[in-house]
Design a protein around this ligand. Structure first.
Ligand code: C2E
Ligand code: MG
Ligand code: MG
Length: 647
């Protein structure tokens, strides 16, 4: 419908002949025309009745008394009939298919009233006194002007109303002979032509205004980049579908789509490429759904599809599958071809929500599950909601935990294998939940990352580590874990260094452990943070090495001081040959690159000996020491004897 409006407006502006209007635009135009006329109807009918009574009063004492009485009764009856019909019909006239019937009736009523008024000059003018003739002329002129004005939005009705009165008046004047009457006839012709010209230009103007209004409404409801419906339109559609669901007992599905790593495309190839990708995604998704389904862009790389009139809820799975197939072929962005995946969350109404808000939330929960499962689609299940609720409750408690002093740090020693000395420790965050008790960081850190709480929490960890550094011997370096979200904050490095300066702790006594996933996004702000910290003397370690994408390019690109071989490899050293081979390989590679190597999760002497044999620099694990609080860690250091770990 909408490109038609823009085209119409363009043609009108250029003075070219506009194309016939689209059905929906025409329907809206008729609705506006009718509502304009219906607004005027009560006044018009009142004027008709009053004028009829005035004429009756003027001709009451003449021989035409009976005829004029009969005429007045007819006019008042018709006016009253139209008035009361309008009052009954007014609220329902917008309901679509009846519009043209209502319009035809409006023309018929206009014609009927006009014929009544056309009778007046024909029957009563010739025999009337000069005063009554003047009154009849005024009434006819008034009815011509008033009718044309009131019916201006619908030129057909205006013509139907004015023509009989005009013809009858003209005939009467001409028949009356005399030069004065002929001059009055000429004036009447001129007035009527001006009037009709005004009616037609008003109707045209109204049409243009309506088209402009529809165009701006369209703009407010469409996404400028992809031309897809935007959030406003999407919301309207969901609301409409909900009312249909309750009326027709049908299902509809809401599918939320989120592109995987879209930010990467923007960062690596630029925003123009990102925009081109969004446009192609929009086109592909539109091509696999029915025209009655709605594909909307809600913002950024977020899309939503409303799949209407499902026979059975499972039909939505077929649509979701087709949508995921849209992402199988590469997208061509200029000279580059890239693959872009997407995650989809499906919720079906009314089964998964009987309100737009609940349905959207559940589709989002399903989308989140899909993302956690590594992409593709996930259909909402009630148990997902339970998990989401649990997470929300935890997030709520997490927000207050910092003020309520529920966090603490545990310190796990790091052993320098060749000397047998403890050279540092890793600070691990602990949360003692008031009712759940100790809650593992693997549970609450992802929630803190998603909610943004990690920023304050991460700075608190650094402050606390500085306090501990002041207690521990000078040669002990404390490593804190830093999440990807923190590193993406351009102010992070500056804030961390300020905390060190305020606490009077040298940056060389602080280490930061970063996971590979933090580097995956290839984000400029992350690179900057790492470089700034490293150049200030903070030791940077790549944590859980070997579990992620293990792109060796990070080792060349970034100023990394250490890699920490993940516990999953160390666990089966030396019993499993493949684990030993991988561990040995990683140690050699680190040595060749001049990077120190730490083995995580060392639980027994055999592992430690194997690592020593292969030349690993440092070890961390329960065999050396479990994570303990600052006080216990001080005593641990005081008691430490390298012979404790001798084979
Ligand atoms: P990580 O940085 O790899 O920390 C090592 C984890 O392995 C710790 O678990 C530690 O208790 C455990 N561990 C150490 N040695 C052994 C061992 O010999 N055997 C076994 N089975 N486990 C061992 P924890 O404390 O539960 O921490 C888990 C993860 O939570 C950490 O992995 C780290 O990624 C994250 N985390 C902890 N504290 C923070 C923090 O302050 N900030 C951020 N962003 N993440 C943190
Ligand atoms: Mg760590
Ligand atoms: Mg680790």
């Amino acid at each position: 419908m909408f490109p038609v409006i823009a085209d119409c407006l363009r043609r009108r502006a250029q003075g070219a002949k506009p194309r016939p209007l689209d059905r929906e635009v025409l329907a809206r135009l008729r609705t506006e025309q009718l509502s304009a006329i219906l607004r005027q109807t009560p006044n018009m009918m009142l004027a008709n009745a009053c004028n009829a009574l005035v004429l009756l009063a003027a001709l009451w004492s003449t021989p035409q008394h009976d005829a004029v009485l009969l005429w007045a009764i007819v006019v008042v009856t018709i006016a009253g009939f139209i008035y009361f019909r309008k009052r009954r019909r007014a609220p329902g006239y917008r309901s679509g298919p009846h519009r043209s019937a209502v319009m035809s009736k409006a023309i018929v009523y206009a014609l009927a009233l006009s014929l009544c008024w056309a009778v007046v000059p024909l029957l009563f003018f010739t025999d009337a006194t000069p005063g009554a003739q003047l009154l009849i002329s005024c009434l006819c002129a008034g009815m011509l002007c008033g009718g044309a004005f009131a019916l201006a939005s619908m030129p057909h009705a205006a013509v139907a109303f004015t023509t009989p009165i005009f013809i009858a008046s003209a005939i009467t004047l001409v028949q009356s002979g005399g030069p004065d009457y002929l001059l009055i006839t000429a004036v009447l012709v001129v007035y009527t032509l001006v009037l009709l010209r005004g009616v037609f230009s008003y109707a045209e103007h109204m049409k243009t205004c309506l088209l402009q209004q529809m165009e701006s409404e369209r703009r407010a409801r469409t996404d400028a980049l992809t031309s897809l419906p935007n959030r406003v339109w999407f919301q309207e559609t969901v609301d409409t579908e909900f009312s249909r669901v309750s009326r027709e007992n049908k299902f509809f599905a809401l599918i939320c789509v989120d592109l995987d790593d879209f930010k990467l495309v923007n960062d690596r190839l630029g925003h123009a490429a990102g925009d081109a990708l969004l446009v192609q995604v929009a086109q592909r998704m539109k091509s696999v759904v029915r025209p009655t389904d709605l594909v909307a862009r809600l913002g950024g790389d977020e899309f939503a599809i409303v799949v209407t009139s499902l026979r059975v809820p499972d039909d939505a799975i077929g649509v979701a599958r087709r949508l995921t197939q849209c992402f199988e072929a590469p997208f061509s962005l200029g000279s580059e071809e890239i693959f872009c995946g997407a995650s989809l969350g499906v919720a079906i109404a009314p089964r998964d929500g009987d309100h737009p808000h609940t349905l959207s939330r559940n589709a989002d929960i399903a989308l989140y599950r899909a993302k956690q499962n590594g992409g593709l689609f996930c259909v909402f299940e009630p148990r997902h909601d339970a998990v989401a609720r649990e997470e929300r409750a935890l997030e709520h408690d997490l927000r207050r935990a910092l003020q309520l002093d529920q966090f603490s740090l545990a310190f796990q020693p790091m052993l320098e294998i060749c000397s047998g000395d403890i050279k540092g420790c890793e600070a691990l965050l602990r949360w003692t939940h008031p009712t759940r008790g100790p809650t593992p960081p693997t549970i609450f850190i992802p929630i803190a990352e998603r909610s943004g709480l990690i920023h304050d929490l991460g700075l608190w960890v650094i402050e606390e580590a500085c306090r501990a550094a002041a207690r521990f011997p000078q040669h002990i370096r404390i490593a804190v874990n830093v999440s990807a979200v923190q590193l993406r904050d351009p102010k992070f490095a500056e804030r961390a260094l300020r905390i060190l300066a305020t606490a009077g702790v040298s940056p060389s006594r602080l280490g930061m452990e970063i996971t590979e996933t933090a580097l995956l996004s290839d984000d400029q702000a992350t690179d900057c943070s790492i470089r700034k910290l490293a150049s200030s003397g903070v030791e940077i370690s790549l944590d859980d090495f070997g579990t992620g994408y293990s792109s060796l390019s990070y080792l060349r690109k970034l100023p990394l001081h250490k890699i920490k071989i993940d516990r999953s490899f160390v666990k089966d050293v030396p019993t499993q040959r493949d684990c030993e081979a991988i561990t040995r390989g990683l140690i050699r590679m680190a040595a060749d690159l001049g990077i120190r190597c730490v083995a995580e999760g060392v639980e027994n002497v055999q592992q430690l000996e194997c690592l020593r044999w292969n030349g690993c620099h440092e070890a961390q694990g329960y065999f050396i020491g479990k994570p303990i609080n600052a006080e216990d860690f001080e005593s641990f250091l005081a008691r430490w004897n390298p012979r404790n770990i001798a084979a």
